[in-house]
Design a protein around this ligand. Structure first.
Ligand SMILES: Cc1cc2nc3c(=O)[nH]c(=O)nc-3n(C[C@H](O)[C@H](O)[C@H](O)COP(=O)(O)OP(=O)(O)OC[C@H]3O[C@@H](n4cnc5c(N)ncnc54)[C@H](O)[C@@H]3O)c2cc1C
Ligand code: FES
Length: 402
């Protein structure tokens, strides 16, 4: 079939590719790429927008926890970003729901927050990603999220609720205040309807200067709790040591920054060591949860998804050499950051999508020099290699075709 379409494309559709004619007939109809039409737009939580998308026929669904890439044209330029569908998997109408948090200076998130309307068409890539629930389902499940990280774990919760899952679930979500929590009322409804589901909201920023103040736990509707301020003061395991070793001090700091700790988790779900835990949120929360699980030797039971690349902070004094962006005639001192960040700091505007090594839209040819993959640590000194500049940093002099 594709061969026939190729022939039609070559012989009958000059001067434009076939997709250009097909999209005149129906905007979501293309031969090679997939599109989706926005059918509903909801701005019910502060700082985010929820879009319902009707994908083209090729859409084969997602598994709860996975992400999709969508392409949005802004001022004539197409930008790609990743979003994790927030709906349950296997939705009968095949629609996808995305909840997008507007970042203060974010291009695509703000564009969607401000301009998305029903009828708008976006490009859509098939769902991907290894962050999802296993089959068969674990016997007990902990879902932890912060901010926009709620999306993949809410998809998991909705899927489990639809399946009539009978095991215990703790859903623990951190946000600024109740108005910022997307799908909050639906979460409360799930807790009301499913006695095996406990839903807890935490608002660490809500009580200024009371990070360790131990705000009162308000029991909401059955199975729902929420607390402003931090975890209960001074109770975190090992915090009482007068002079804790450096590693422990760092761990405690991460827990304090995120207001998450062993005691909090143990009080909500004493069974958590035998559960599988799924985590998505800002770097501070992710670090704090990892610290607890590693200390308890439960690292293999913790599964996480990151929306941003977390790398060790580089001291510019340790970075050597110069980065040459040879197509632009720009040379800059190596700061040790990713090549994408260094290009942006040098005033260039390279294309990017995920900034995480997922989408390949930042790929550029390294003409010479050695680079280090920030995710794997692997070094590469082969010349004339295409590299993803969002996850590679120069080691010494590097020449990039940018
Ligand atoms: C697997 C995955 C799933 C995701 N799921 C969701 C989801 O469900 N919901 C959601 O809201 N988000 C999700 N995200 C995040 C989302 O993909 C976007 O990163 C987010 O919406 C911000 O995009 P933006 O275009 O608004 O921001 P961008 O314009 O890309 O900016 C983001 C940040 O990049 C930096 N930056 C950008 N341009 C420059 C520059 N010129 N110079 C220096 N720094 C710069 C800044 O720090 C800025 O704050 C997910 C990400 C991944 C990887
Ligand atoms: S921006 Fe997606 S791989 Fe680099």
């Amino acid at each position: 079939m594709v061969g026939l379409l190729d022939l039609v494309q070559k012989t009958m559709t000059t001067p434009h590719p076939l997709d250009r004619y097909l999209e005149l007939v129906r905007p979501t109809l293309t031969r090679r790429s997939m599109r989706a039409k926005i059918t509903h737009v909801r701005r019910s939580a502060v700082g985010s927008v929820t879009l319902t998308l009707e994908p083209a026929r090729q859409w084969s669904g997602h598994v709860a926890g996975q992400y999709v890439q969508i392409g949005v044209v802004i001022d004539g330029v197409r930008h790609t970003r990743c979003y994790s569908p927030v709906n349950a998997e296997g939705r009968r109408d095949r629609h996808i729901e995305l909840t997008v948090k507007a970042h203060p200076h974010g291009l695509v998130s703000n564009h969607l927050h401000e301009n998305a309307i029903p009828g708008m068409v976006v490009d859509l890539e098939p769902a991907a990603g290894a962050f999802h629930l296993p089959e068969p389902r674990p016997e007990q499940i902990v879902l932890i999220s912060g901010g926009s990280g709620i999306t993949p774990v809410l998809s998991m919760l909705r899927t489990l609720a639809d399946e009539g899952y009978r095991g215990r679930i703790l859903f623990l979500h951190y946000n600024r205040s109740p108005e910022w929590v997307p799908h909050r009322q639906e979460l409360e409804a799930i807790a009301m309807q499913h006695s095996n589901v406990r839903i807890e909201f935490r608002y660490p920023e809500a009580v200024r200067g009371q990070v360790w103040g131990g705000g009162a736990l308000d029991s909401g509707p059955s199975g729902v709790g929420e607390r402003s301020g931090g975890a209960e003061g001074g109770k975190n395991r090992d915090l009482g040591t007068a002079n804790p070793p450096a590693a422990k001090r760092r761990a405690n700091q991460a827990e304090r920054d995120a207001n998450f700790g062993y005691d909090e988790l143990e009080s909500l779900a004493p069974w958590f060591p035998s559960a599988q835990t799924y985590l998505c949120g800002p770097p501070g929360l992710m670090a704090a949860v990892r610290t607890v699980y590693e200390a308890e030797q439960l690292g293999d039971r913790l599964h996480s998804e990151e929306f941003t690349l977390t790398t060790a902070v580089v001291d510019p004094a340790d970075a050597e050499g110069k980065v040459t962006f040879s197509d632009s005639g720009v040379v800059a001192e190596n700061t040790g950051e990713s090549l994408l960040e260094q290009a942006e700091s040098a005033g260039l505007n390279p294309e990017y999508g995920c900034r995480m090594g997922i989408c390949f839209s930042c790929t550029a040819v390294k003409r010479s020099g050695c680079t280090r993959n920030l995710r794997t640590g692997q070094l590469d000194s082969d010349p004339d290699q295409p590299i993803q500049i969002c996850i590679n940093a120069p080691v010494g002099d590097v020449d990039l075709a940018l």
